[in-house]
Ligand binder design. Structure first.
Ligand SMILES: Cc1cc2nc3c(=O)[nH]c(=O)nc-3n(C[C@H](O)[C@H](O)[C@H](O)COP(=O)(O)OP(=O)(O)OC[C@H]3O[C@@H](n4cnc5c(N)ncnc54)[C@H](O)[C@@H]3O)c2cc1C
Length: 382
């Protein structure tokens, strides 16, 4: 059986970023991913880097580190991940209280600029002026998530890391210590195992008897082929409904049921255009305890197109394909990054809110912590 220093489970944003940082510390890393071409939450995301969203000393520091990392990422990864600095427009619905919304978003360390309808339309002519009362303007970073994952994978292999397609079925335990994982095809040994399987992290940990405040939602989006219609900003609604729903359901006793019941449903009409002209149109987020529920694609696509049609009418009927994916979130925290004391050798790096901003800096700090036993930032999380 092959033995590694560390195994990282899941090759989404969290797993790829962490595996690269571990390999940079001269660790022999194995990144295990269950599918050859995963269509995971990272691949289906907008790729927005919300470096304005710090709320305390720690998250402000991480935001500042993150944007610096992205500004130099092409040098580090030797590949173009289409990083750019763009404008994020949070649209304020015409029935929403403009000043109350503005006040709510002033809590972040970088405060938004309040734009009236005319100012919003001059920045983003595709927005329907009849649908909004104004917008909040934030500076935002942006990358192409598919290119970012590919660049991380290439870098990992250049650094000597290994990537194997195999689905982790269980963790291997010996005298209370995690000593590796059992995959569908093979078993693998390691000094340390890190669970970075996004929404599936909960299931992997539960099967090992570990109950952490780690949950997931079911997201629905439409991806389009390249279009001539130009959108220059990232457009999202100014609402905290999704975060409030996640906070509420994290406290509810629904997660063991594996049922298809929908406990929360939030539709945030948003859009981003990538460099090749293609769009990601989002997003519906539903709270369903079953990891693989039956979701009606036709209804989802219709709802998404109707909502996009109200705010960005020119994009509503673009040809495109509906997708569903699972997105992890942590109860009562912006992320879950820690070693698990009751299972020596096991850690979790998952549950991120705004992962594109927090994952790269925390991957660097957590890798240092795992390898050297000390990192001042990870020390603050304990
Ligand atoms: C429409 C939409 C827009 C978004 N926009 C943004 C945004 O602008 N900014 C932002 O910060 N966030 C955004 N997000 C959230 C963000 O995309 C995700 O939270 C993040 O990418 C999740 O990364 P992950 O590594 O945790 O999970 P994933 O990307 O889902 O990766 C987990 C991987 O683990 C693999 N895996 C699972 N189980 C196993 C197993 N047993 N064995 C081996 N492999 C396994 C899966 O196949 C998958 O590839 C958005 C999400 C959506 C849906």
């Amino acid at each position: 059986m092959d033995k590694y220093d560390m195994i990282v489970i899941g090759a989404g944003l969290t797993g790829c970023a962490l595996a690269v940082e571990l390999a940079k510390q001269n660790v022999e890393v194995l990144l295990l991913e269950k599918t050859d071409n995963p269509v995971n939450a990272t691949v289906l995301s907008y790729g927005g880097i919300a470096y304005w969203c710090g709320l305390d000393e720690l998250t402000i520091k991480l935001c500042e580190e993150a944007i610096e990392i992205y500004r130099h990422l092409h040098n580090q990864l030797d590949e173009d991940v289409e990083f750019r600095e763009i404008t994020l427009l949070f649209t304020i619905d015409k029935n929403q209280d403009v000043y109350k919304t503005f006040e709510e978003y002033k809590r972040f360390h970088i405060q938004p600029e309040l734009l009236d309808v005319a100012e919003t339309i001059s920045l983003e002519p595709l927005i329907n002026p009849e649908a909004i009362a104004g917008s909040l303007k934030f500076p935002q970073g942006h990358i192409n998530p598919v290119k970012l994952l590919q660049a991380y994978r290439t870098k990992l292999e250049k650094l000597g890391g290994k990537i194997i397609t195999d689905e982790v079925i269980s963790l291997r335990e010996n005298k209370g210590r995690i000593e590796g994982v059992n995959g569908k095809d093979n078993s693998y040994l390691a000094e340390k195992v890190v669970v970075t399987a996004g929404a599936f992290s909960r299931q992997i940990l539960r099967e090992a008897g570990i109950n952490l405040p780690l949950y997931f939602s079911q997201a629905q989006v439409i991806k389009t082929p390249p279009s001539e219609i130009k959108l220059s900003t990232l457009v999202m609604p100014a609402t905290t409904n999704r975060l409030e729903t996640e906070k509420k359901v994290a406290q509810e006793d629904i997660w063991e049921s594996q049922s298809d019941t929908i406990y929360g449903d939030v539709l945030e009409a948003g859009a981003i255009q990538f460099k090749d002209g293609s769009y990601c149109l989002g997003q519906i987020s539903q709270i369903i305890p079953n990891l693989n529920p039956k979701i009606d694609a036709k209804t989802g696509e219709r709802r998404l197109r109707e909502a996009i049609g109200r705010i960005l009418p020119a994009l509503a009927q673009l040809p495109g394909r509906w997708y569903n994916c699972q997105v992890a979130f942590a109860g009562g925290a912006p992320f879950l990054v820690r070693e698990i004391p009751e299972k020596e050798g096991l850690s979790v790096f998952s549950g991120f809110t705004s992962p594109f901003v927090f994952v790269p800096p925390l991957a660097y700090h957590f890798a240092r912590h795992l390898v050297t036993g000390f990192d001042e930032i990870i020390g603050l999380l304990a």
